[in-house]
Design a protein around this ligand. Structure first.
Ligand code: SF4
Length: 365
């Protein structure tokens, strides 16, 4: 199916970015404005249409409607220590063989659990094609380039074409991947013109983020089919989010919805403890129990690897008995990839709270 190139831009322009556009009571609106002054609101019309207005526990609503709990001062603005690992404009090197290029500041939807929400108001320098090509030149150890942001697919086809060319400008590069939430948040972005650009730069990997089966709408299914039809392999990296997908049934439904679209559930990330996201954190012990139940009872194709991304160069480690050193009063000690023992601050198990039903789209809790 061909999708017009202009549809997505029109849709993006119609995104909701003022809490007053939500149907809120005055007191709720005042609270929400306190949050959005720090962490702005943005929801594409497509995502808004997926929220169940009658369900205060709607998993999409929880991910995109601001909560007063985002004002909690704990957590870090930069939980992965990306800023000290900056090696150029928008360029981050946390691993010997990989370069992360932050190429876009904006997204069709501001996910409330985002680990880069520090960049929503002030993104800093972004990486352009020349920055990537210049930095890669002569650096033989780098084998992989990751285009991320923000949402890379909000760039024009022409900009993406140049970025992908730059990512391949050194002959030792084996893997180029794009991290994108657009198949969920703006599926109309997967146009025929975009696919032509992506095809020119194969082999290319698309890493999506779907966190709940409800995100796989008819339009998202079609976007994934178009990507796969263009020969682009798609893997999914979900984030484990309290009240969204922290149950066996939610994970199984997500896995099934992904696999039926030919997408492998790859990673399930323990929350990066970014400021304004801690209400989504699931205790490590419960995360391990959840993944254990999935591994014992369901096809391996449905089950992602449960991992935790430790700050700086320690990187991703599987949450498993081999990485687990011991519990402490405030968290757990985990062995990082570089061999150091790192403290990850855990959260307490808490009963699920219902958000206040005072307004059908508000997240007051
Ligand atoms: S799409 Fe990704 S970068 Fe953008 S707000 Fe969501 S999690 Fe953050």
């Amino acid at each position: 199916m061909s999708v017009k190139s202009t549809t997505w831009q029109k849709e993006l322009a119609a995104s909701l970015d003022d809490p007053a556009q939500l149907d809120l009571k005055a007191a709720t609106l005042r609270r929400m404005r306190r949050v959005t002054k720090i962490f702005p609101l943005r929801i594409s019309p497509h995502v808004l249409s997926l929220i169940d207005p009658k369900n205060t526990r709607c998993p999409i609503r929880r991910q995109v409607i601001p909560s007063i709990r985002e004002l909690d001062q704990n957590g870090s603005p930069d939980p992965l220590d990306e800023e000290p690992c900056r090696v150029g404009p928008g360029l981050v090197q946390r691993f010997n063989d990989r370069l992360l290029a932050l190429v876009s500041a904006n997204c069709p939807v501001n996910c409330r659990h985002c680990n880069r929400k520090r960049n929503w108001r002030k993104a800093g320098n972004l990486a352009g094609p020349e920055d990537i090509a210049r930095w890669l030149s002569g650096r033989r150890k780098i084998r992989e380039v990751i285009l991320s942001g923000g949402e890379p697919l909000l760039l024009s086809d022409r900009q993406l074409d140049k970025l992908l060319e730059a990512a391949r400008s050194s002959k030792q590069i084996e893997i180029v991947r794009i991290h994108s939430r657009a198949p969920f948040s703006l599926p109309s972005r997967i146009t025929s013109d975009l696919l032509r650009v992506l095809k020119r730069h194969q082999p290319l990997w698309m890493i999506t983020q779907f966190n709940h089966a409800r995100e796989l709408s008819t339009q998202a299914d079609q976007a994934l089919k178009r990507l796969r039809g263009a020969g682009i392999p798609v893997l999914n990296q979900a984030v484990l989010l309290r009240g969204v997908n922290d149950s066996v049934s939610a994970q199984v439904q997500l896995g099934r919805a992904l696999v039926s679209n030919g997408v492998k559930p790859h990673y399930l990330f323990q929350l990066d403890r970014a400021s304004g996201t801690l209400h989504f954190q699931v205790p490590v012990k419960r995360a391990m129990q959840l993944i254990g139940r999935l591994q014992r009872n369901y096809s391996g194709l449905l089950v992602p690897h449960l991992v935790i991304d430790l700050p700086g160069r320690e990187g991703k480690v599987p949450i498993s008995p081999s990485a687990f050193v011991r519990s402490t009063k405030t968290g757990v000690l985990l062995k990082g990839s570089a061999g150091r023992t790192i403290h990850y601050q855990d959260t307490l198990e808490q009963p699920q709270t219902d958000d206040s039903p005072c307004s059908y789209l508000s997240n007051d809790g």
